[in-house]
Design a protein around this ligand. Structure first.
Ligand code: ADP
Length: 374
């Protein structure tokens, strides 16, 4: 019996020294405060973190570890929530007066000797620096994006007027002096007029594209059947001329900007008619629910697109066909991508040459979104 009591005493003191060893070796700073919020225990990590000797802190309040401006408020080392625990990011102060960002986790413990507060303290300088750098980067990115959008908007806006002038004077030249010019001069005038028309189209497409950025997005229920009906009406002449057949399944009501969604559908249907194969264009619009979103598909039986170009065609000015064969500015799909991404969705294509294309985009379903995207 006696021997086992001795063993137990040895083992208790072993436990104590093992505890002290672990307590001091812990990488996290630990403080124990008594019922009067005075420091009664601390480990080596606290000494290292704040630059104090243990003896300097024992018996002190936690104000020693905080900048003066925080002294009047309740100390974050003592504050606990309703469940007796809390955590906070606060500024700490070292012995030399310098500050450091710390994360403090506080919990209350009750023992036979009374109530204590245990605080664990971690230096979060690195995390804070990374967060600040990330915030700086994203502010900078937003600023330069905004600037770029403003530039594109201003440039395309300002270019319209001189362009109109060029187009008008080229027409005048033809009309007023046409009889005095030879065939070559007429051809040059035609090239100049065509160039001006193309540039006008490019500039107005660029203006539309640049406008999506600063434009506040309308955010309302959009019945895609109604929107598509308007689109088909405005494309009627082109559809009839191409002898195209456009059919649509019943489409959903989504959340978004009806005008922009209409422009997306218009671009995709127009492309289906334009990039036709030999047979008459057949375009089918359908939709399927996927999670909290709707996927809307615009399928055609046209030329199709090699898979290696599937990503690139959504970039600005990227075209796979020459202007002579298929007129266009290469901005339609970039416009669609920007609009859909601003709605929180994405656009993609499935296609192979000679097998037609299916262009798809996702939009939030009616109930899915509580607040509008940026
Ligand atoms: P644009 O129609 O003015 O050329 P887009 O951005 O709408 O510009 O399209 C980019 C390119 O993607 C087109 O030039 C064409 O090569 C290809 N493309 C787009 N839609 C289709 C389609 N339905 N079928 C085949 N190719 C397409």
């Amino acid at each position: 019996m006696e021997q086992s009591a001795a063993e137990s005493i040895t083992s208790t003191s072993d436990d104590d020294s093992r505890f002290r060893l672990a307590f001091d070796a812990a990488p996290t700073g630990v403080l124990l405060l008594d019922g009067h919020d005075r420091i009664v225990l601390l480990n080596a990590a606290i000494e290292k973190l704040f630059g104090y000797e243990r003896a300097e802190l024992l018996g002190q309040t936690t104000d020693f570890l905080l900048p003066a401006r925080l002294h009047d408020a309740a100390s974050p080392f003592c504050r606990t929530g309703a469940r007796g625990a809390a955590n906070a990011d606060v500024a700490g102060r070292r012995k030399d007066g310098s500050e450091l960002p710390i994360h403090v986790v506080v919990s209350r413990v009750e023992s036979n000797h009374g109530r204590y507060t245990v605080c664990s303290v971690v230096d979060v300088t690195e995390r804070r620096d990374v967060e600040l750098a990330l915030r700086d980067q994203s502010t900078e990115l937003e600023r330069s994006n905004r600037e770029l959008e403003q530039f594109a908007y201003a440039a395309s806006h300002d270019l319209r007027e001189p362009l109109r002038m060029v187009a008008t004077y080229v027409k005048l030249l033809e009309r007023e002096y046409g009889e005095r010019l030879d065939d070559a001069a007429h051809q040059y005038i035609r090239f100049a007029a065509e160039g001006a028309t193309r540039l006008t189209r490019l500039v107005s497409d660029l203006l539309e594209y640049a406008r999506i950025g600063p434009k506040a997005l309308a955010f309302e229920p959009v019945d895609c059947n109604e929107v598509l009906a308007h689109v088909l009406e405005s494309l009627r002449a082109r559809i009839e001329q191409a002898e195209a057949e456009v059919v649509s399944e019943k489409l959903p009501t989504v959340q978004g900007d009806p005008i922009l969604i209409g422009q997306v559908l218009q671009n995709l249907v127009e492309n289906g008619v334009k990039f036709r194969a030999r047979e008459a264009p057949r375009i089918r619009i359908s939709a399927e629910p996927v999670g909290d979103a709707w996927h809307i598909h615009v399928a055609d039986n046209g030329l199709g697109i090699e898979p290696r170009f599937h990503g690139r065609i959504f970039d600005l000015f990227q075209r796979l066909h020459t202007h002579d064969h298929y007129p266009g500015t290469g901005m339609g799909l970039a416009f669609c991508k920007k609009v859909i991404e601003r709605h929180g969705g994405r656009v993609w294509v499935e296609s192979e040459p000679g097998r037609g294309s299916v262009f798809s985009f996702s939009l939030p379903a009616l109930r899915a979104m509580k607040k509008p995207p940026r």
